[in-house]
Design a protein around this ligand. Structure first.
Ligand code: IPE
Ligand code: IPE
Ligand code: MG
Length: 255
C-alpha cells in the first residue's frame, strides 16, 4: 500500500500522472457509444428528447478532459444508420443537435485547438445539419489538438460495403491490382482513413453490444462498458475507463 502511494507520489512529482491516469499510457484514440439518453429521460418522466438535450451537455466536459490528457482522437457515436427507425420528432430533434451544440461550443473548440471531423453518410442528412458540421470542420481545419470525430448517420456495414464497391471499381479501372488488396489498403477506403484504430471503446447504459459501430477498426480495441446512462456520465467515469485500460495487457495475438 505504502509502496503504491510512494510510486504514485513519485510519478505525480514528475508530472507523469494526473487523477490516477498515467500520462505515458493514455489511449490515443477513444471511441464512445453514447447510449442511454432515452432511459435517462424516462426515469424522470420526461420526453426522450430531454435526454438527448442533457446528453449533449456532457460532450463538452469529456472533450475537454480528453484534450487535457493528451488523447489524440475522440470518436463519438451520435447517430447510427439504424436510428432513422425512430419517431420523426425524435429524429428531427437529433438532427438539430449538431447545430445546437456547435452554435454554443464552436468558439471554445477553436480556442482549445480541437479539430472537428465527420464520419458517416452525408447523403441522407438534412442540409442544416451538414452545414453546421461543415462550418465547424472548416473553422477548425488548421487546429492541431484533439480530433473530435462525430459519427453521424454512421453504420459500419454500410462503410464496409461502400469500401468494397470502391475497391471493386478501382480494380475494374486498373487503379488497384486485386493482388495488392490487403488490410492497409482496405483501411484507406474506410471513413477513418487517416485515423489510427481506437485503443479504447466505451459504451454507456449497460448494453453490451456494438450496434454496428466500427466493426473493422475495433479488431484489437479494449472495451469498457458501464451501466451509467450517457447524461449521467462524468469526467470521473472517463478517468475510470482510462485507468482500467491502463491495467490491461494488449497482446495482439502474441504472448
Ligand atoms: C443514445 O441514447 C442516443 C442515440 C442513439 C441517438 P438512446 O436514445 O439510444 O437512449 P436509450 O438507449 O433509448 O435509453
Ligand atoms: C447506438 O445506440 C447508436 C448511438 C449511440 C448513436 P442505439 O440505442 O441505437 O443502439 P441499440 O438499438 O440499443 O442497439
Ligand atoms: Mg440506445
Amino acid at each position: 500500500m505504502l509502496d503504491k502511494l510512494s510510486k504514485w507520489k513519485a510519478k505525480a512529482e514528475q508530472g507523469k500522472e494526473i487523477e490516477g491516469v498515467n500520462l505515458e499510457n493514455v489511449p490515443k484514440h477513444v471511441a464512445i457509444i453514447m447510449d442511454g439518453n432515452g432511459r435517462w429521460a424516462k426515469k424522470r418522466g420526461l420526453p426522450r428528447i430531454a435526454g438527448h438535450r442533457e446528453g449533449m451537455s456532457v460532450i463538452n466536459k469529456i472533450v475537454k478532459k480528453a484534450n487535457s490528457l493528451g488523447v489524440e482522437v475522440l470518436t463519438l457515436y451520435a447517430f447510427s444508420t439504424e436510428n432513422w427507425k425512430r419517431p420523426k420528432n425524435e429524429v428531427d430533434f437529433l438532427m438539430r443537435l449538431p447545430e445546437r451544440y456547435l452554435s454554443v461550443e464552436l468558439p471554445k473548440l477553436i480556442e482549445e485547438n480541437v479539430k472537428v471531423r465527420l464520419m458517416g453518410c452525408k447523403d441522407s442528412l438534412p442540409a442544416h445539419t451538414i452545414n453546421a458540421v461543415d462550418n465547424a470542420i472548416e473553422k477548425t481545419k488548421s487546429n492541431t489538438g484533439l480530433v473530435l470525430n462525430f459519427a453521424l448517420n454512421y453504420g459500419s456495414r454500410d462503410e464496409i460495403v461502400s469500401a468494397i464497391q470502391q475497391i471493386a471499381e478501382d480494380v475494374n479501372t486498373g487503379k488497384v491490382n486485386s493482388q495488392s488488396i490487403n488490410d492497409e489498403l482496405v483501411g484507406q477506403y474506410l471513413m477513418t482513413q487517416e485515423l489510427r484504430d481506437p485503443d479504447l471503446l466505451i459504451r454507456t447504459s449497460g448494453e453490451i453490444r456494438l450496434s454496428n459501430f466500427m466493426l473493422w477498426q475495433l479488431a484489437y480495441t479494449e472495451f469498457w462498458f458501464t451501466d451509467v446512462l450517457w447524461p449521467d456520465f462524468t469526467e470521473q467515469h472517463f478517468l475510470e475507463a482510462i485507468e482500467v485500460y491502463q491495467q490491461r495487457t494488449r497482446r495482439y495475438g502474441g504472448i
